[in-house]
Design a protein around this ligand. Structure first.
Ligand SMILES: [Zn+2]
Length: 238
C-alpha cells in the first residue's frame, strides 16, 4: 500500500510545518483574539492595537505644527501584528535655542511626539547649551514604533514601542559636530549632561531606562509614556 503511506507522510510533513511556522488561524493579526500572542518561531504574531481618535490626532498635529515641529503625517500604520492609529514621523523640533533634528525620522503616536517635543524644548535643548556652550543640533534616535515584545522576549507583553509610545536615543550631537553618547562619555561635562538629561526625562515620561538599568539598555536611553498600573502616577525612573 505505498501510495496511501506516501500521502500520510505528506500530510504529516505539512502538519509539522504548520505547527512550527507559527502561522495558524488563531494567532494571526486578523483574528478576533486581541490578547498579545507571540510565538517563539515567529514574533509576527504579536498583536497590539493602539492609537488616538481622529479628532485627538487632528488636534495633536495642529498643535505640533503651531509649535513648528516638522513631521510627516502617517495616520494609520500597520507593522506585522501591530496597528497604530494617529501616527507621525518626527523630523525636527523647533526650540528657543534652534532646531533639533531627530535622525531617522522615527515613527510614533502623535501624542508621544508631542510629549517628546516638549522635553526637547524645555530640557534637552537648554540643558545641552548650558552644559556645553553649544546648541543641540541633533538627537540620534533608535527605534520609535516597532512591533515587538518587551525585551524581544516571545510570550511577553508588547513593548511600548509596539504601541508607538516609546523612543530610544543613542546620542546627542552638538552644533560643532561633537557627539555625546548615552553609552560612554569622554569628559566630566558630557557625563554630567547625560545625567541631567536623564533626570529631567523622569518628569516627562513614565519609564526611563538607560545604562545601569539592565543589559538591554547599556547603550541608549529608552523613554516611554506607558501606563504602569491603573494610573500614570507610577513611574520607572532608573
Ligand atoms: Zn526602547
Amino acid at each position: 500500500m505505498r501510495p496511501p503511506s506516501l500521502l500520510l507522510q505528506l500530510v504529516a510533513a505539512v502538519a509539522l510545518i504548520a505547527s512550527t511556522s507559527g502561522l495558524s488561524a488563531e494567532s494571526g493579526p486578523g483574528s478576533a483574539n486581541n490578547k498579545p500572542v507571540t510565538n517563539a518561531k515567529d514574533a509576527k504574531t504579536l498583536v497590539s492595537v493602539s492609537g488616538m481618535t481622529a479628532s485627538d490626532y487632528a488636534e495633536c498635529v495642529a498643535e505640533l505644527a503651531q509649535k513648528k515641529v516638522v513631521l510627516e503625517e502617517l495616520g494609520n500604520v500597520t507593522q506585522q501584528g501591530c496597528e497604530l492609529s494617529g501616527a507621525i514621523r518626527l523630523a525636527t523640533v523647533a526650540t528657543a535655542f534652534g532646531d533639533v533634528n531627530i535622525s531617522g525620522k522615527p515613527s510614533m503616536l502623535c501624542s508621544f511626539a508631542r510629549q517628546f517635543s516638549v522635553w526637547v524644548r524645555e530640557a534637552g535643548a537648554p540643558l545641552t547649551l548650558a552644559y556645553t556652550g553649544q546648541r543641540l543640533a541633533q538627537i540620534e534616535a533608535g527605534e520609535g514604533f516597532a512591533c515587538r515584545a518587551r525585551y524581544d522576549k516571545p510570550g511577553v507583553v508588547p513593548s511600548e514601542h509596539a504601541k508607538g509610545n516609546a523612543l530610544d536615543i543613542a546620542s546627542f550631537v552638538l552644533a560643532d559636530g561633537r557627539r555625546i553618547r548615552v553609552k560612554q562619555q569622554d569628559s566630566d561635562m558630557a557625563r554630567d549632561l547625560v545625567r541631567a538629561l536623564r533626570t529631567t526625562a523622569c518628569g516627562y515620561f513614565t519609564t526611563i531606562l538607560g545604562p545601569g538599568s539592565d543589559p538591554a539598555h547599556e547603550d541608549h536611553f529608552h523613554f516611554d509614556s506607558g501606563m504602569h498600573g491603573a494610573t500614570p502616577n507610577y513611574r520607572i525612573c532608573e
